[in-house]
Design a protein around this ligand. Structure first.
Ligand code: PRX
Length: 667
């Protein structure tokens, strides 16, 4: 149902009137949940949401302490709920627990023991259904493999795999022993992989020969060989045979997973670990060329991912839940593996591309497994909208009851399509705002409580205190744009940047004392709803993936022909932003057409295929300030509007900008 509510005074007296207790001040369309959805929801009505939010705001220690006791299994209870020595937080101090135990073992004494934990479909159509008991056996066996290689709590592993069941199995086996894992998305290059292995001094790399995407093999082992050649810390490479293609196995270092796994004991007790034991490091782009290793720890992360599964996804015992992300990104960590399994859900994993063999692959999967909750990105939705409604319309999607969106702002047109065509007009859409650093969803609707406004992440989760501020740190007030900050620490927050606590402090906590700086611009409307507008730093968001402009620039200047490069995100109808590079060349004779292709390929080689620039523009000079800083703001204006209107008084040579702006008109 679509309702436009100008203000409270004009609310019609309908059966939904109770929803209008919120004094809606803004002019947007709102979508209250249906009474039917509310009656079955985990959190019912605004009263339900308010009760949770107010409790967390007024007595945070009591709120989180009670949840931790009820929702998590402990080997030893904590001494106190949290310790805050800004910017360093500790949660559930002194407690002992194990994430793998919480995701598997504790369900075995319940009717979930033979419930599907993971339903997996490979791109070629092969499938596996793994129950919680089976998952226990597989994880114990692989944990024993890791143990047999001498790995133990505190060691680091790198996981570089396709979307196959062995990926979550590897993560859970590491977590079982306290080995801190770091998943590197399969689209990253050997260079990027090497940098991550070296930053972590990882002892083992877990990988596969390759995986399937759009009917072709995405090879992985070759990149591992290239990377590991320069990583003396790596003693073992464990390889899953997925595609069966020809790969090199280095004697003594490389081992087949199935060979090591053969005959391993299915008993491997979970190691009791400290609440703050490092669970994983996940690299993400920051504002410099060097990616940041975001560290997440054990208890707080587990609790908040578990709770948001229940609050935001309204998870029910009988649900089949599908998050279409890749486990290489944080969404997959928190909402394919840890959150769903800890909550005892059935989580679906699909290996391949949405358009393989046709544009209806996802809808086919939803119909086949009767998926109830589907979580994806606006980029994917926009790409599928372009293919037409005939693809989803050919499938029975009536099992769906809830839809989710993550990674970037969702434009109202995509929202409406998702709601109408995929959700049949009956499924609420939870637009979830969060970051690699936040660990779990922080701003999103509880779908049986909070009326939706397309494009808004709506209200904060319990325990989350956002604010929108100006350059001087003052709140901007309702309806005004500013910087989004978070005023209180939360359980699943980043603990530090691996090996670089100073960068952690300066990036997130130095701008507003005591508050976390998100790097996002936002607006909070008169109803208290948050609208996240995008990044305010030099981070691009391409298809919901973070990419730093400087990371791409550093890659470009490593090429022999390139003297200087400036990279900006260019608005793109499908991917949100696309990578646009301005390049000046060293002296020489170049074929610009050929070199443009080569440089795009070069960036893909240096970072990964997902970072491949959409556009390379050659220019004689780049616009700079008098101090020599490249004025990306002007370049952004050029790619967005093809003109420059902003303040240019600090510009070194205005003719550069004029030429660049004019160049667009030429091509
Ligand atoms: O700019 C915000 C955007 O994605 C950034 C975080 O990216 P990453 O760490 O890769 O995590 C993505 C998945 C959680 C944020 O700073 N972002 C994420 N979700 C939304 C969003 N922007 C608007 N609306 C969202 N729902």
């Amino acid at each position: 149902m679509r309702l436009l509510i100008p203000n409270r005074a004009h609310v019609p007296a309908t059966g939904l009137a109770k929803w209008y207790n919120l004094p809606f001040m803004s002019q947007e369309a709102i979508y209250p949940p249906s009474p039917e959805f509310v009656s079955k929801a985990n959190v019912q009505g605004m009263e339900g949401y308010r009760a949770l939010y107010d409790h967390a705001a007024e007595k945070p220690e009591e709120f989180w302490g009670e949840l931790a006791e009820k929702e998590i299994s402990w080997f030893e209870k904590w001494n106190h709920v949290f310790e805050w020595h800004p910017p360093f937080a500790k949660w559930f101090v002194g407690g002992k627990l194990n994430v793998s135990y919480n995701c598997i073992d504790r369900h075995l004494a319940t009717p979930r023991k033979n419930k599907a934990a993971i339903i997996w479909e490979g791109e070629p159509g092969d499938q596996r259904v793994i129950t919680y008991q089976e998952l226990h056996r597989l994880v114990c066996r692989f944990a024993n493999v890791l143990k047999s290689r001498g790995l133990k709590a505190g060691d680091r592993s790198i996981v570089y795999m396709p979307m196959i069941p062995e990926l979550p199995i590897a993560l859970l086996a590491c977590a079982r022993l306290g080995i801190t894992h770091s998943v590197v998305f399969g689209g990253f290059s050997a260079e990027a992989l090497k940098a991550r292995i070296q930053d972590l001094d990882a002892a083992v790399v877990i990988t596969a020969d390759g995986g399937w995407r759009r009917g072709k093999e995405v090879k992985l082992k070759g990149a591992v060989d290239e990377a590991v050649a320069e990583c003396p810390s790596v003693k073992d490479v464990i390889v899953v045979k997925r595609t069966g293609s020809e790969i090199k196995m280095q004697e003594g270092r490389d081992h087949w997973w199935h060979v090591l796994d053969e005959g391993m004991s299915e008993d491997c007790p979970a190691v009791p670990l400290d609440s703050e034991h490092p669970l994983y490091v996940l690299y993400t782009s920051g504002t410099t060329g060097k990616p940041k290793g975001i560290l997440h720890t054990t208890a707080g992360y587990l609790l908040q991912t578990t709770m948001t599964m229940k609050w935001v996804f309204d998870l029910k015992e009988e649900d089949t839940y599908w998050c279409s992300a890749d486990i290489g990104w944080v969404t997959g960590h928190s909402y394919i593996v840890y959150g769903p399994l800890s909550a005892g859900a059935t989580t679906l994993m699909y290996e391949g591309a949405p358009d393989s063999p046709n544009y209806d692959r996802w809808w086919r999967i939803i119909a086949k497994y009767r998926v109830n909750i589907f979580y994806t990105s606006p980029t994917a939705i926009r790409a599928l909208i372009r293919q037409g409604e005939q693809w989803p319309n050919g499938h029975d999607l009536t099992s769906l009851r809830l839809l989710g969106s993550v990674g970037e702002p969702i434009n109202p047109a995509a929202w409406e399509w998702y709601h109408r065509v995929i959700g049949g007009g009956r499924c609420p859409i939870v637009d979830t705002w969060w970051q690699t650093e936040t660990g779990s969803i922080l701003i999103a609707p509880m779908p049986g409580a909070v009326p939706l406004k397309p494009g808004s992440g709506t209200l904060p989760m319990p325990g989350i205190v956002p604010e929108v501020i100006d350059l001087h740190g003052n709140p901007v007030g309702p309806g005004k744009e500013g910087f989004l900050i978070l005023k209180r620490p939360w359980p699943s927050m980043i603990r530090t940047i691996w090996g670089d606590p100073d960068r952690y402090e300066s990036q997130y906590w130095a701008r507003v004392p005591g508050a976390y700086f998100t790097g996002d611009a936002a607006r909070c409307d008169a109803d208290g709803y948050y609208w996240v507008l995008g990044r305010v730093d030099d981070v691009m968001n391409v298809s919901g993936h973070r990419l730093s402009t400087m990371e791409v620039e550093s890659a470009l200047v490593r090429h022999d022909a390139v003297a200087e490069a400036a990279v900006v995100g260019k608005p793109d109808e499908i991917t949100g932003q696309a990578v646009c590079c301005f390049v000046t060349l060293k002296k020489g004779d170049y074929d610009h057409g050929k070199l443009g292709i080569e440089l795009r390929q070069w960036v893909a080689h240096e970072i990964g295929s997902f970072a491949r620039p959409a556009e390379i523009r050659f220019t004689d000079a780049l616009p700079k300030t008098r101090s020599g800083k490249i004025m990306r703001r002007l370049l952004r204006e050029i790619v967005t509007s093809h003109t420059v209107a902003g303040d240019v008084t600090t510009l070194e040579d205005m003719s550069v900008v004029t030429n660049l702006a004019a160049q667009h008109d030429d091509d």
